[in-house]
Design a protein around this ligand. Sequence first.
Ligand SMILES: [Ca+2]
Ligand SMILES: [Ca+2]
Ligand SMILES: [Ca+2]
Length: 329
Amino acid sequence: MKIFITIILSLYSLTAAHAQYAPQVGVSGSTAIHAGSPSFHGWATGCVVHRGYIDIADPNAGLVTSGTDANGIGSVDNSIISLGDSGVALLTFATPIYNGPGADFAVFENGFLNPNDPEDAFLELAFVEVSSNGVDFFRFPAHSLTSTSPQIPGAGVYMDATLINNLAGKYISNNGTPFDLEDLVGTPNLDVNFITHIRLVDVVGAVNGAYGSVDTAGNLINDPYPTNFPIGGFDLDAVGAIHQFGLSASSFASGDPIAIYPNPVSDQLFIKGSGNYSLTLTDVTGRVLYIQKVMANTSIEFNSYASGIYYLQLQNENGEKWLEKIVKQ
Ligand SMILES: [Ca+2]
Ligand SMILES: [Ca+2]
Ligand SMILES: [Ca+2]
């Protein structure tokens, strides 16, 4: 009997330990990535925001107004666009993002620390969704262990980052919340190695009304509400890509010599160069048409392919990837 109780207790403590997520910036174990980190390969080049309400329970009060779409483009600069209650931001990139080791991209908001407790911060959260075709979006499995009582108001109450996972806005300004595409491996209709769009959806933190957002487990998420001012809701500063395809033409110009021509192509595409690269040709849906494990002077026959866009992916032995967009005439 004693042994049985011990097992039960150890199972319980294991569960409790796993229920804790990484702490706020400045606390040992934080997973935040600073804006100046050399990990970032590139930043969002497109941002379109569909604004949410100042207060979703009072549509007559209108939509939030602070910032412009351009504030979500480029590196972290503390210029933000506010999403409002359930507002949505759609981010695009010069080249796709892929699932490399660890975090693959990070989202920056403008939260700030509790001056009296550096483990807590004023945070506004958003769900994060990704797509590899711009049509089908898939949400990172979000988890909120923040108590749903009392309601966190729009100011003056702080949140504990160790109770929050896979929600953008978990970390304070200038510090990105990381997302690892490994979490979405195996999702039908999603190619985690070719993410073209990232979508952020403001969490409505109303825990007492009909409008509250729930996490992947179905728990209401307590997040500041109402935030009924022009700067309400999730405030997007930037989205940084960590594992992102390079553009082969520019990347190879100063490195390993490589030539891919002619582009547009009508019959044969020639690939000439050296270096330890593998080649993969796909169509726009990600369907693999051609694979060559080791780089060598080669050509790919395009005669039988329909007119349109194709992608030639090159990967080196370190797992870095480059992309050439090929147009078949
Ligand atoms: Ca990853
Ligand atoms: Ca919100
Ligand atoms: Ca910005």
